[in-house]
Each structure stands twice: as C-alpha cells, then as structure tokens.
Design a protein around this ligand. Structure first.
Ligand code: PHB
Length: 390
C-alpha cells in the first residue's frame, strides 16, 4: 500500500508518466505510539517486539515504515505525538497505546482525522463503549473484560470480604469497578478500597497496612509494570501473603516481569487473556519461535503486539489500501492465534477472546511458570452505549 503521502506523489507522477503506479514506493506507514520511558517502558518495548516479530516472521517487514514515538504515560504527551504522526508524518494508521488515560485523550483526534488507531494494550472501557469509534479498533482487551470473571470466581472459592487496591487512573478505577460489581453481585462484600497515586509512588507500605487493618479474607489489585514488581514484593515482605491471599488482574504477575518478583509471586492467582502455558499448537509454535528470536518467554504484551501485526497484515491482504479501508477491514479479521480464537466485535470494535484464570507456580528448576486453573471462553463486552452496530 502507498502511504497517504506516497499517493500524492504518485498522483503527480501519473500526470507525466502514464501507468507510473507505485512511483513513490508501496509502503504502509505505521505510527508506533508506545511508552518507551516511565513505569510502562518495559511494556512498550515488549509490544514493539511482538509487532515487529509478526512482520518479520511473515517476511514482510520491508513493506512497512515504522515511525516510533514515546508517550510515557502522559495523555497530553500522547496526543501531541499522535498529532505529529498524523499531520507531519502522514501515517496510514497508529498502532500501540498502553495507558487508558492516553487512549481516552486520543479518541476524538483520531476519529476527527479519520486515522485508524489499532490499540495494542490500553483497556479503557468507554473507547469501545459509549465513546466507541469506527477508527478505534482494539486487539488487546478491555479493562472490564479481563476482570469480569474474577468476582464470581473468588466468591466460588469461598472468599466473602475482599479489599481492593489499584493506581488512581482510568485503568485502575475501571478494573476495580468491574471486579467489585461481579463480587458484590455474587454476594461478596468489599471490606475497603484505596487508590494509590499513579506513577508517583512505589512505596505501598501504608496501603498494605490499611488493607491488613480491614481484616479481609483476600486482597484484589491491579498493578502493572514497575508498580507491579514493587507491589508484589512488598506484599510478601510485609508477611501478608501467608495470612491474606493476593489476587489480581493478570498483569500483576505478567511473565514479562514475574522473574523480578521471584518467590513473592508464587501463589498469586489472577485473570488474563494470555499466558504462555496455553497448550495449543498455535501457542506452542509461537512461544518456541519467540524464544528462539528473543531468548525469553513472551508475555501478553508481546502477543498483543504480535496480533496487531497479524490484524494489520490480514487487513492489507483483504485489499485495504488507505486509512478508510484499513478502518473497515481490520475489524473483519478473525483467526486462531497464541491466545486462542480472536475476533473483533462489530458492535464495539473490541476483541472477543478467552480469559484464563492462572496461578504462578515454581517450574521446579528455580524459575516460575503459569498454571491455568480455569478458562472462560469467548468473553464479549456488552456494547455499553456503543452504537457502531446500529
Ligand atoms: C491501561 O492503562 O489500560 C493498562 C496499562 C497496563 C496494563 C493494563 C492496562 O498492564
């Protein structure tokens, strides 16, 4: 596909060279918008690696021009970089976005500019709900999708009073709200709840002390990246884990950083749309190939980048050749990949996928691995006010 910029040049060339199609090169220009610094830096790099790996594995990397920009986790920074990618670089689409806050800040801009945004992480619910857009297509998860099964699940395990903690921003609030709704609907009681300053503290001592004082049966949290490493370690070092089991949104003990948590992560149970131990031919082949390329086990973030690459290539193969046709074709892609069957819901543009409840366990060789305890198949969000299907 020619970039939008390429099309202009090609149109000019066509005036003088009859049939001179492709004069300006047939590249797809991708604005890769990720945090390469700050608390989610490791996540950004992992998504980038997964995305590039998909293009490389298909032997198609040279069909793409990637223009990378760093969002940190700051919405204004993300919006400024998105404007630069669209207005100056004239990208055909933007891929990436880790923070829910950054996604919310970009929604109107990409919609008004009619530039497809292929979301490879940020779970912000309203972006595929009441603020959905034909230009926002999500191949990662929504915050409510990942956490919805856990309220009932904890209740079924016998827990009745749960305390919650999460960073104080859109993702933390939405993930906890969904867990809470499910747990209360099942008959459970929230023993207390706190939100910690996002990106501004990694000292959870005072919050853990408050959680203990509430005497819950269990604690449920969302933390990711360097905050997750600090939280899980501190929860264990305060001697909490033995007394009050820790549960969470699965990013808490992501394979991306679980080794940095070490034994503190053992026994933490969480829900997520991907773990590397899913035993299917597609995932086994993916894990083996990723390990051969990067010498490490892929995490959910790598798979999100990889699936973004798959969705993009398949949309191009279906004939997409400009922004509008990309926005139309990307949601039509469906296939079975590392995480299982994947499809995009035409009612919301959010992904429909399995959710796995997993435990972090010792691998018997000094490392850690993930044991799948339960699979909730084909979890699909309600439209939550989205009118794409009408
Ligand atoms: C988000 O801000 O939506 C977010 C960030 C990191 C995660 C999951 C969700 O691991």
């Amino acid at each position: 596909m020619q970039s939008i910029h390429g099309k202009v040049l090609a149109a000019v060339a066509a005036v003088t060279i009859v049939g001179g199609v492709g004069a300006a090169g047939a590249q797809t220009k991708v604005g890769v918008l990720l945090p390469y610094s700050g608390v989610f830096a490791a996540l950004g790099q992992e998504i980038d690696d997964g995305f590039v790996f998909a293009l490389e594995e298909a032997g198609r990397l040279d069909e793409f021009t990637l223009i990378r920009e760093d969002t940190e986790v700051r919405p204004p920074e993300g919006l400024a970089k998105a404007r630069k990618l669209v207005l100056q670089d004239e990208v055909d689409l933007i891929m990436g976005i880790v923070s829910s806050g950054v996604l919310a800040a970009l929604r109107d801009f990409v919609t008004d500019s009619e530039v497809p945004l292929l979301v490879a992480n940020a779970g912000e619910d309203s972006s595929t709900g009441e603020n959905c857009s034909p230009y926002v297509i999500r191949v990662s998860f929504s915050n409510s999708q990942v956490n919805r099964p856990m309220g009932q699940w904890l209740y079924d395990q016998g827990y009745r009073r749960v305390y919650t903690l999460a960073p104080d921003y859109a993702a933390g609030q939405q993930m906890i709200a969904t867990f809470r709704a499910g747990f209360e609907a099942a008959g459970g009681e929230i023993a207390g709840s706190e939100f910690t300053p996002f990106g501004r503290t990694q000292d959870y001592g005072p919050y853990i002390t408050n959680a203990r004082a509430a005497e819950p049966d269990a604690v449920f949290v969302f933390y990711a990246g360097s905050e997750a490493i600090a939280f899980v370690r501190q929860y264990d070092s305060f001697g909490m884990k033995e007394d009050i089991p820790l549960f969470g949104s699965g990013f808490l003990t992501s394979p991306l950083y679980v080794d940095a948590q070490g034994e503190a992560a053992i026994g933490v149970v969480a829900s997520l749309h991907y773990v590397p131990t899913i035993d299917t031919p597609e995932n086994n082949a993916f894990v083996e190939a990723f390990r051969a390329r990067f010498d490490r086990t892929p995490s959910e973030y790598a798979v999100q980048g990889y699936d973004a690459g798959q969705v993009l290539m398949r949309a191009l193969d279906a004939g997409a050749d400009d922004r509008a046709s990309l926005a139309r074709e990307m949601p039509r892609v469906s296939y079975t990949g590392p995480r299982g069957p994947l499809e995009i819901d035409p009612l919301t543009n959010n992904i429909i996928q399995n959710i796995y409840v997993y435990d972090t366990v010792s691998d018997g060789a000094g490392g850690l691995t993930q044991e799948v305890l339960d699979v909730i198949e084909r979890v699909q969000d309600e439209p939550m006010g989205c009118t794409l299907g009408q």
